[in-house]
Design a protein around this ligand. Structure first.
Ligand code: MN
Length: 213
């Protein structure tokens, strides 16, 4: 049985309002959890981890070797959405100094930030690229920073419930560009919402995802 994750904070306002956080976590994510529990009950996927279910049901990397698993878009979509939201919600920390980063983005010990600077030149250049890819994703989906097995980084623009795990990559950081993530607070202004998220990104969490085996 999957359960709704607890949030490691009580508020992310003003970047994300309490109302959006409450609906996004308590309603949208809860629905994906309920759906997946219903869909995998009594199947070969019951008891597997989210990552295993996503990999097994992903349209991209499923293979004949997994023939016992009948690929289900509904299972992939709901498992993917739980995985995506769990990574999304746990990568943030509250910041009350509006407009200025409250985390040590410039830590020289961060292997991730060193790799970002190696590939993009500056953190700001990476952020601009990440925002642009999120803005230009048509419809609903996620923009991801991901790493391959050699530690090379890439930005993925993933529709709907898609994610790096479905492509054999490690997910590090993600912005949700489904309208439910921002419409109450920013209406149609997706670009403004994405730009506003940087101060609440907890780079310690994202950096740990990069260096963890
Ligand atoms: Mn969402």
């Amino acid at each position: 049985m999957f359960t709704l994750i607890d949030l490691p904070y009580s508020s992310l306002a003003p970047v994300i309002s309490d109302k959006t956080l409450s609906f996004h976590h308590g309603k949208h994510l809860q629905t994906y959890v309920d759906n997946l529990n219903r869909l995998v009950a009594g199947t070969d996927l019951e008891g597997k981890s989210l990552e295993e279910i996503v990999a097994a049901s992903a349209p991209v990397i499923s293979s004949a070797a997994e023939g016992a698993v009948e690929k289900s878009p509904a299972i992939f979509n709901n498992a993917g959405q739980i995985l995506n939201h769990n990574l999304y919600f746990t990568q943030f920390s509250p910041c009350h100094s509006e407009g200025s980063p409250c985390h040590s983005e410039r830590s020289e010990e961060s292997l991730l930030l060193a790799q970002i600077e190696k590939q993009w030149g500056t953190l700001e250049a990476f952020q601009a690229d990440f925002e642009a890819k999120g803005v230009s994703l048509f419809g609903s989906g996620w923009v991801w920073l991901s790493a391959d097995k050699n530690g090379e980084l890439s930005i993925l623009r993933c529709p709907n419930a898609d994610n790096p795990v479905a492509h054999g990559l490690k997910p590090l950081l993600t912005f949700d560009v489904w309208e439910h993530a921002y419409y109450l607070d920013y209406q149609n202004r997706r670009a403004a919402h994405l730009k506003a998220l940087w101060p609440i990104v907890d780079w310690n969490v994202v950096g740990d995802r990069y260096t963890r085996g």
